[in-house]
Design a binder for this molecule. Structure first.
Ligand code: CUA
Length: 298
């Protein structure tokens, strides 16, 4: 399968070079070994001969492998350099990973749960994580880069054709690791401009919950997930653990906002403290939208 990024060919070249030379060496060594086993078998050589060293051979098996690994190094380095040097004119998108979803931040309050990009334009990625280590992996682009809590990583790509390309998380990050999927959607530049324009409108509660990753753990139909369901939550009396003490609260606006911004403050009894804080990632307006929506989930 051919890749869909401008540098995928470089990665494939290096891969086939290393795989090819490994297969040739494996075959060569195995055949020579079998040949020697037969040729120097005990029945034909009852008295072992004393063999002195050979300078020519010593030099040969030092120099040849050195040249071979230097060739591998050259291809590896040349490809790596291209992948690490982001072009200056690249469009910047911030990738936010969390348990267990992806958010793509285009700036100017544009967020998406799929990575829309214009085909044939370089895209610069700033990668970070809200909680544990995740890894942004797009096999079609031959691109894999870790998302780390507490530091920013970078990567870039440029697609060579329109299409939808799967994004995986390639770092084991807990229960729903295998479900941490999304797509890069590469579309013509004109269509991308339209998409970006439409993405600027205020989000609905459903969109917010998808983009912020809420739906990975919370349902809206009463089903128990990693976290409590939103259904019937509004106005309910709940037992929560605060600073190790159980207490009773009523789910109101203040409680919901605190639970979004600082989820560790009150943990609903029977659930694990696993939610990443949304402080700095959700606007007041978005919280209001969510609260209005929660009120409708009777
Ligand atoms: Cu995120 Cu695995």
């Amino acid at each position: 399968m051919t890749g869909a990024s401008t540098y995928s060919g470089l990665v494939d070249e290096t891969f086939w070079l290393i795989l090819g030379s490994s297969v040739i060496m494996l075959l060569g060594i195995t055949v020579t070994m079998i040949y020697f086993i037969i040729k120097y078998r005990r029945s034909q050589n009852p008295n072992p001969a004393q063999i002195e060293g050979s300078k020519r051979l010593e030099v040969l098996w030092t120099v040849l492998p050195t040249i071979l690994v230097m060739i591998m190094f050259y291809y590896g380095w040349a490809g790596f350099k291209v992948m690490r040097d982001t072009p200056d004119d690249a469009m910047e998108v911030t990738v936010i990973a969390r348990k267990w979803s992806w958010t793509f931040d285009y700036g100017n309050n544009v967020y998406s749960s799929e990575l829309y990009v214009p085909t044939g334009k370089p895209i610069s990625l700033k990668l970070r994580s809200d909680d544990v280590i995740h890894s942004f992996f797009v096999p079609d682009f031959r691109l894999k880069e870790d998302c780390m809590p507490g530091r920013e990583n970078h990567a870039w790509f440029e697609t060579t054709r329109d299409g939808e390309f799967t994004i995986f998380c390639a770092e084991y990050c807990g229960d729903q690791h295998s479900q941490m999927l999304s797509s890069v959607v590469s579309i013509p530049e004109a269509d991308f401009a339209v998409w970006l324009e439409e993405a600027r409108v205020p989000l609905t509660a459903e969109q917010i919950m998808k983009i912020k990753g809420c739906v990975a753990c919370h349902t809206t139909d009463g089903t128990k997930g990693i976290g409590p369901s939103y259904q019937g939550m509004w106005g309910r009396t709940e037992i929560v653990k605060t600073d190790g003490e159980l207490r009773e609260i009523v789910v109101d606006e203040e409680y919901i906002k605190r639970s979004l911004l600082d989820p560790m403050a009150d943990i609903v009894e029977g659930y694990d403290p696993v939610m990443p804080p949304m402080a700095g990632q959700i606007t007041d307006e978005e919280m209001e939208t969510l609260i209005e929506y929660f009120k409708t989930l009777k």
